[in-house]
Design a protein around this ligand. Structure first.
Ligand SMILES: [Zn+2]
Ligand SMILES: [Zn+2]
Length: 215
């Protein structure tokens, strides 16, 4: 049992075609992944439609969800891009949150957690408690990131999500083969971020399946 709901392919800045990403994930024991390539208003239709085809490469052993990661889109336009992604078949919508290592526009976290159409706020950096509370209210998962750089704020994100009782998820944000995370590696990222054993269990083994059950 291993899920990873934030991964990239050559359809944005990843290194692998979907078939290889899926194969490598399967070999590492994954049974659920979402492929979430970067989109803005200019490529969202193209990426979503291609990832719907990629999802067709899944099988009985591994479920593959077609997704997108809405990236550096102005906060006021995030809802519109999310709607377009849904219309083109995206089942899983991640927003590229206010990571400490990129100049993501302020207001991106807020626009994401207030929109029930968004599934995951990725690497949200200095997330506030009120943003985490809105995430909980709107069913938006808060990501603990396995990606170097983005993960600088993981400890803060964990404590704020805990305070707001918002659900967390641990994702690799893989762009290359070596970024994929085994169960043990994902658990280390969770525990290193400060999640308790119970919280890590929920983030790794409960929430990914619960939140994707109806898709
Ligand atoms: Zn991102
Ligand atoms: Zn990403």
């Amino acid at each position: 049992m291993r899920a990873d709901l934030h991964m990239h392919t050559v359809y944005s800045d990843g290194e692998l075609v979907p078939a290889e990403l899926i194969r490598r994930a399967k070999v590492l024991g994954h049974d659920l992944i979402a492929i979430t390539d970067h989109v803005d208003a200019t490529n969202v239709e193209w990426v979503a439609e291609h990832l719907v085809r990629a999802a067709g490469l899944g099988d009985d052993e591994i479920r593959v969800l077609p997704g997108v990661e809405i990236t550096h889109v102005r906060p006021a336009r995030i809802a519109e891009v999310a709607k377009t992604a849904r219309r083109c078949g995206a089942a899983w919508i991640v927003v590229h949150g206010e990571t400490p290592v990129e100049p993501v526009e302020a207001g991106t976290n807020r626009a994401s957690v207030e929109n029930p159409d968004i599934d995951v706020l990725a690497h949200p950096g200095m997330l506030s408690v009120s943003e985490a509370e809105a995430a909980k209210e709107n069913g938006v998962l808060i990501e603990i990131s396995g990606r170097m750089g983005h993960n600088i704020a993981n400890g803060h994100v964990c404590s704020v999500a805990r305070e707001a009782k918002a659900d967390m998820v641990v994702d690799s944000d893989a762009h290359a083969p070596e970024d994929l995370m085994s169960e043990a590696r994902a658990r280390l990222v969770a525990r290193g971020a400060g999640l308790t054993e119970l919280e890590a269990e929920a983030a790794l083994r409960v929430n990914p399946y619960k939140y994707t059950a109806g898709l």
